[in-house]
Design a binder for this molecule. Structure first.
Ligand code: FAD
Length: 637
């Protein structure tokens, strides 16, 4: 496997501009001769489909949901970053770039991150032009708030519904192209295989989730924007349909998978309240702008929070990280909360929670202002927990939220398979070992609106394409494989539900590959996962048939992939002999229990190549070369 990152030369600030000029263009009249498949309609896929169709390409767009606007991106709450410096607090493109590289614990490619910071401002302009109702100041300027890992306010937001508003913008642009006939929309389809002809990605095989029919679709290039794999943990803040299937099947066809063990645990989620819960709910990071995180100083304190006096509270983030306080980045804040709970200071019925308290902010700003900033989040909390967070502090605990790992891509967002591009959360590209808040929306829209329209043109204009139709033997083979796998699942007729297996897998991965990891635990988890995987293929029960709407069958396919993919995560975690960002191996920590990187030996992207059924995957490295930033110990103190 060749890992050619295609990083352009020259000064950092002008690399992208030069690269765009160097990329070949497709003549406008020729664009209509190309078919492009886009899988996914979240912010990355929706924006890519709309932009590519606007350019004149013929686009076929696929998603699992009944409507493209139900993609998981709709759940995003807190905001999107860009260095417009409207608050005049010292922000700049360089600072956004540097915060993002540092936030990722220096495990991302600096050229990609610089481009991200650069185009972020264009995203805001584009979205304002679309009519996205970003919050505004009294004078009309767009409002900004702070997010973790930054000392400036650069997060643009639409209350706690930023993802929904941005997705409506992308969806409107997409539907305009559907109306013009430039995008053909295929909802309720699940991509189950990637089709390669002569080593190039030339199409996909999907299952029609309503009729059960298996369909073939050919194109000149395939764009995957299929989101993250956080649901491998079973309980996560992700949408229920989020999955690894499309990315994992592409991996099995030869696409390198990068840094699969980099999974983000978000510090502020509503704590788990029972064994049969199937979903966790995020409380946006924006709440840490005004909420203060604390635990009682005395372990096991039985009093209600209102009855614990000020001098008996430990505002531990403010104490340990005085410069960033409650806005310490997610990995750091999550581990600090875990340490408090491990020391017996956790609150609530399970002892696995800390307080997020708004009393000071309400006193300072008034309840109306807090309601204006976070009203929908407070309402959501009250509905779930049945406590009024304006009066009683929220209880929060870390939960799995985002995956920085993903398919490896070069600077053009192309995977190791020519013609297969990967955007948004599905790729590994920009967040290193830890993503900063409000930067996933930025990356998804940067990839879809501003990067892929240029880079895919460069590929199409410089590649020779043979004539390929859905009748090609490669499509027949992929369809037969897919059909056989579906039938195999249905034949098992065992005794345990798909959900039961998924829950067991989630427990294992959370326990051994969650906030804290050890070699012993990871090794044990590999064995446990293998046992669950073995039992799954003998004892899973899937009611219903192949030829109708069958969500157990859909989920079974996804869980089967998670059961294989989990092993890749564990292997990756074992191979990374350091702690960095979210990956905290207890053997590598400082005296203050912070992550201890090994820049000499581990400053690389870990990329895994599928080696065949039952074989250990092959390991490759993309060295990370830092020309423009200096590697430093990450400190938020
Ligand atoms: C609760 C919550 C709040 C968040 N808030 C923020 C925030 O405030 N700011 C921020 O920057 N980030 C936030 N994030 C992260 C951010 O929302 C996601 O990273 C981002 O929306 C992912 O976008 P995407 O387009 O890559 O994928 P998604 O939005 O996940 O879209 C994936 C698409 O792929 C399709 N798909 C998947 N698999 C298949 C398949 N096999 N076949 C066909 N289609 C498939 C789906 O149908 C869907 O259309 C939040 C995340 C969560 C969970």
């Amino acid at each position: 496997m060749q890992l050619e990152a295609q990083i352009p030369g020259g000064p950092l600030e002008t690399k992208w501009e030069r690269h765009r000029v160097d990329l070949k263009l497709v003549n406008p009249a020729n664009k209509r001769k190309f078919e492009i498949i886009v899988v996914g309609t979240g912010l990355a896929g929706g924006s890519a489909s709309a932009s590519l169709a606007e350019l004149g390409y013929n686009v076929k767009t696929f998603c699992i949901q009944d409507s493209p606007r139900r993609a998981h991106s709709i759940a995003a709450q807190g905001g999107i970053n860009a260095a417009k410096n409207y608050p005049n607090d010292g922000d700049s493109i360089w600072r956004l770039f540097h915060d993002t590289i540092k936030g990722g614990d220096f495990r991302a490619r600096e050229t990609n991150v610089y481009r991200l910071a650069l185009v972020a401002n264009l995203i805001i302009d584009h979205c304002v032009a679309q009519g996205i109702p970003f919050a505004r100041e009294y004078g009309g300027l767009l409002a900004n708030r702070s997010f973790g890992g930054a000392q400036v306010s650069r997060t643009f937001y639409a209350r706690g519904q930023t993802g929904q508003q941005l997705l409506l913008g992308a969806y409107s642009s997409l539907m305009r192209q559907v109306g013009r006939g430039q995008v053909k929309m295929f909802p309720r389809r699940e991509m189950l295989d990637l089709v390669l002809v002569d080593g190039q990605a030339r199409g996909i095989v999907v299952r029609n989730l309503i009729t059960g029919e298996i369909e073939r679709h050919a194109a000149h290039a395939v764009v995957l924007a299929t989101g993250g794999y956080g649901n491998v943990y079973y309980l996560s803040t992700n949408g229920m349909a989020s999955n690894v299937t499309a990315a994992y099947r592409a991996y099995k066809r030869g696409a390198g998978f990068a840094n699969p063990c980099f999974t983000q645990i978000h510090p502020t989620c509503i704590p788990l309240h029972g064994d049969y819960q199937s979903k966790l709910t995020l409380m946006s990071e924006s709440l840490r702008n005004d909420g203060r995180v604390w635990v009682p100083k005395n372990p096991g304190d039985p009093r209600r929070p209102e009855d614990i006096p000020e001098n008996e509270r430990d505002y531990f983030l403010e104490r340990i990280y005085p410069s960033f306080g409650n806005l310490a980045p997610r990995d750091i804040a999550s581990r600090a909360a875990k340490r408090m709970c491990d020391a017996g200071k956790g609150v609530g019925p399970t002892g696995l929670a800390v307080y997020l308290d708004f009393a000071d902010a309400i006193q300072r700003l008034g309840q109306a202002e807090i309601e204006a900033r976070y009203g929908n989040l407070f309402q959501m909390y009250e509905k779930i927990v049945a406590e009024n967070p304006y009066k009683t502090p929220m209880m929060i605990y870390p939960a799995i939220h985002y995956t920085m790992g993903g398919l490896w891509v070069d600077y053009n967002l192309m995977s190791t398979i020519p013609g297969l591009f990967v955007l948004g959360e599905a790729n590994f590209s920009d967040h290193g070992a830890n993503r900063l808040g409000a930067s996933a929306l930025m990356q998804g829209l940067a990839d879809g609106y501003f990067v892929i329209p240029d880079t895919i043109g460069g590929y199409l204009a410089s590649t020779r394409f043979g004539e390929v139709t859905e009748g090609h033997p490669a499509f027949q083979e992929a369809e037969a494989d897919t059909d056989a796998r579906v039938k195999k699942l249905l034949r098992i007729q065992g005794k345990r539900t798909v959900q039961d297996f998924h829950r067991e897998l989630g427990h294992i991965i959370w326990e051994y590959c969650g906030m804290s990891r050890t070699d012993e635990g990871l090794t044990k988890a590999r064995k446990l996962v293998a046992d669950v995987r073995g039992e799954f293929w003998e004892n899973v029960t899937i009611p219903g048939s192949q030829a109708d709407f069958n969500q157990s069958l859909e989920n079974a396919g996804r869980v089967a992939d998670y059961l294989e993919f989990a092993d890749l995560m564990l292997l990756d975690a074992l191979a990374r002999r350091e702690s960095c960002g979210c990956h905290f191996n207890e053997a590598f920590q400082t005296e203050d229990n912070e992550a201890l990187r090994d820049d000499k030996h581990m400053c690389h992207v870990a990329v895994w190549e599928y080696a065949g059924e039952g074989k250990e995957p092959l390991f490759h490295k993309e060295p990370l070369v830092f020309e423009f930033v200096q590697l430093a110990t990450r400190s938020y103190k």
